[in-house]
Design a protein around this ligand. Sequence first.
Ligand SMILES: [Zn+2]
Ligand SMILES: [Zn+2]
Length: 381
Amino acid sequence: MNPIQILLASSVIAGPLGTLAAEPLTRVRNEVHIPDIPGYLTLKGDFHTHTVFSDGLVWPSVRSEEAWREGLDVIAITDHIEYQPHKNDIPTAHERSYEIARPVGDELDVMVIKGSEVTRSMPPGHLNAVFLTNSTDLDVSTWQDSLAAAHEQGAFIFWNHPGWTPQLKDGKVTWYPEHTALVEQGLLNGIEVVNGRQYVPEAHRWALEKNLTMLSNSDIHAPLNLDYRVRAGDPRPMTLVFARERTPDAVKEALFNHRTAVYSGELLVGKEEFLRPIFEKSLEFSHRQITLRGDKRLYIQVRNNSDIDYELEGNGDLPMMHFPWWLTLPAQRTVLLEVRRRAETAEGRHTLEIPYKVTNLLIAPDTPMPANLAFEVAFEP
Ligand SMILES: [Zn+2]
Ligand SMILES: [Zn+2]
C-alpha cells in the first residue's frame, strides 16, 4: 500500500462481519450551552421552519437532522397553508411534512411539533399555529375560521415577522385592531421578536405590554447551512423555552405561560426573571473575597461557561475601587477583571458591587439588564 492507501484503510473501522466507514465529522451535534434556571430546563427551540411542502427547499426529514446537529431540543414544521408554489411537483398535502419529519426527530431525540403558517395579507399578516393535531382543518376561506380551527385544536398561535417589509404600513411596524381582537379571543398568544436575523423592537415592546410570549425563529427555507455558519459560531436564532421537563407537553405549557427568551446572534432578549439567572449561572469567579493592598492591582478571573458572549459596560460610580468600564466575557473563556484601590479609600472591609449593565441582554427595548458584580473587599496598607 502506498501512504494514501494506508490512510484510507485506517479511516474504516473493522467490525466482526466487515467494515463500516467512519462517521464523517459532519454528523456531530453542536450542543448549545446556556444554563438551566431554577425550577426549569432551558430548552432550545425553533418554531418556524419550511420544507418543500410549501416554499421551502429541503425534504422534511432534513429539518430534524439539522436541528439535532445544531443542538436544538424542539422544532416545529410550519409550512404555509395558502402558499404552495411547488404544487405542480409536490401536491398540496398539509399533514405530510410533519409526518415525514417526526420519525427522524424521534430517532434523534429531537421533538418535532406539528404546525402551519396561516399566510394572509395584513392585517393580520402571517401567523403560525403550533401543536396542531390537523393542519388541513386550517385550509378554509377566511383567516378567522382558520385561526378558530387552530384554537379548537388547542394550538399555540403567534404573529410571524411583524417587521417584514412587504407588510409594513407606510414603512412602519403596525399593530392593528384585528390583533387586539385576536388577543382578546385567546387567538394570539405570542409574537416573533426575532425572525431570521431581524430583531423588531416594536414586537419586543408589544410582547411586554400585551403579555405575549416572545419567540425567536429562523423561518428557514433553504438548507440551514446555506444561511447560517453554525460551526463558525453563527447559530440560527432560537427561542429559549423554560420548561419543567423535556417533553412536548411541557414545551407547550411553557409557551402558553410566557416562559421564553429570545436568543439571536449575540442578543438575549427576555424578562429579567429569566435573563438574570442565565447570566449569573454562566459565570464563575476565582475570588469573591479579595484583599487590596496599597495601590497594587489584583486580578479576579471570571469564567463564562455559556455560549453567549456577555458585553459589560459600567453603570455608575464606585468610589472605593477602580474597575474596567468595559468588560467582555467571551463564551467558554476566562478573562481577567483588574481592580485596584482608589487613593482616597481608607482601610477597612466592605461589600462592594461593581455596577455594570450587560449591553447585549435586553429586558426591554433599549434597556440592557443591570448586573452588579459583588465582592467582599478588604483594604489593607
Ligand atoms: Zn411568513
Ligand atoms: Zn414562514
